[in-house]
Design a protein around this ligand. Structure first.
Ligand SMILES: [Cu+2]
Length: 413
């Protein structure tokens, strides 16, 4: 006698249509501790009693409640799609259940559908911006928008850019100039501009929500001030700069001294603006020094080695390098091969001749500037590079001997 047949003899319920489930339950009961009768017995099914129904209902409700509570501690059920705004998060970002929607929008990739311009693959940033003169005031126009930008021939980031270039255009004026900058916002989010290191009226300083209302998408704000200092400065977004500056909103602001004797002696100059990028799976995220948001590409003036500029000079010439910490996270130890340089100015402020000092590596932190004069002593190819070796790779790959924060000074005899 099979077990099924065996169990079918046990129990006392009335005859019922044999169901598949009932048969299986009978099998299970039979193979377990032997049939003990009850609700299901072979081909007969007895109706559940009221306490049984109550018990099953209560267990179901408790299980459902437990699942809901469990989920609430894994994900933020208070967030709607509108709060998060369709954010695409960096792979590996840590997002516990209490991560606010604002945090996700801050760290999210640029929405590629917002791109309004694709720069040619070989386009360069930091292009001189010519002012127009209105009643003796030098007037510049900046427009922030979303672009596609090649940091390498085969790596195209999505960027927030001033005047469709990364870095933004170079503003160069003379000490004492009256300056007006019209900033138009074509980004999908509000923004402002800060003039880093400059003495300006407070309302012109740029911090969003502190000295001014942010410039809404489609809006314009006019900044105006007189340049009281001279030296190496820069401008950058001051609304969520952890996001907007990391995505490309920065540019050099160079002020020549009225008195030419105030500048160090040099034959040619080059401005080095550092930047860190997080670009994965076709999306560009603002690089941040936190889990899952660390940068994997690094650029000098918007390009990673081997497509960074090459500086060409001759033995005996002196090169002024203006390092600008336009990046957001690391302190980059910038090293020059081929002998030491003289530090001539820090954060735009010239050092008196007696205070100048020699180094061959200088730590450029976010926001810092260093003007250094490097004499070409020997002919050949001399490197300028970050001494955190990972920052001299492209997504951890060396191309033609380096990557990222690397450029070459080519010295002719
Ligand atoms: Cu570095």
């Amino acid at each position: 006698m099979s077990e099924h047949e065996h169990t079918s003899h046990v129990g006392h319920g009335r005859e019922n249509t044999p169901g598949e489930g009932a048969g299986r339950a009978g099998d299970a009961a039979g193979s377990g501790h032997g049939a003990r009768g009850g609700m299901v017995a072979g081909n007969t099914v007895s109706p559940p009693t009221r306490p049984q129904l109550l018990a099953v209902s209560l267990a179901s409700v408790l299980a459902l409640a437990a699942a809901g509570i469990f989920c609430a501690f894994q994900t933020n059920l208070s967030l709607s799609a509108r709060d998060v705004g369709g954010a695409v998060m960096p792979p590996g970002a840590i997002m516990p259940y209490d991560t606010p929607g604002g945090s996700m929008r801050d760290m999210a990739a640029i929405d590629p559908r917002r791109v309004s311009y694709t720069a040619p693959s070989d386009a360069r940033g930091d292009q001189p911006l010519e002012p127009r003169i209105e009643n003796g005031v030098k007037v510049f126009d900046l427009e922030a928008s979303v672009i596609k930008w090649n940091i390498l021939p085969d790596v195209q980031v999505t960027a927030y850019a001033y005047n469709r270039q990364v870095p933004g255009p170079r503003i160069r004026i003379t000490e004492g100039d009256r300056v007006r900058v019209n900033v138009t916002n074509r980004l999908p989010e509000a923004t402002t501009v800060h003039w880093h290191g400059l003495i300006v009226p407070n309302a012109m300083d740029g911090p969003a929500g502190i000295t001014q209302e942010p410039i809404q998408p489609g809006g314009t704000y006019t900044y105006e001030f007189t340049a009281k200092q001279h030296g190496t400065y820069f401008y950058h977004s001051h609304r969520e700069p952890d996001r907007q500056q990391a995505l490309g909103l920065y540019g050099a602001f160079i002020i020549d001294p009225k008195d030419q004797a105030a500048r160090p002696v040099y034959d040619l100059e080059y401005t080095v603006q550092l930047q860190e990028w997080l670009h994965r799976q076709g999306y560009t995220f603002p690089a941040m020094m936190m889990e899952g948001a660390m940068p994997n590409y690094f650029t000098i003036n918007g390009k990673a080695y081997p497509v960074t500029d090459t500086i060409r000079m001759k033995v005996g010439q002196r090169l002024l390098l203006r390092f600008i910490g336009s990046h957001n996270n690391f302190v980059h130890p910038m090293h020059v091969h081929g002998g030491p340089f003289m530090v001539a100015a820090t954060d735009g402020n010239p050092l008196p001749a007696t205070a100048r000092y020699e180094k061959d590596t200088i730590n450029v932190g976010p926001g810092e500037r260093y003007d250094v004069v490097w004499p070409a002593r020997e002919p050949g190819k001399w490197l300028v590079h970050c001494h955190m070796p990972h920052h001299s790779t492209n997504n951890n790959v060396e191309v033609r001997g380096a990557g990222g924060l690397t450029m070459i000074i080519d010295v002719a005899p």
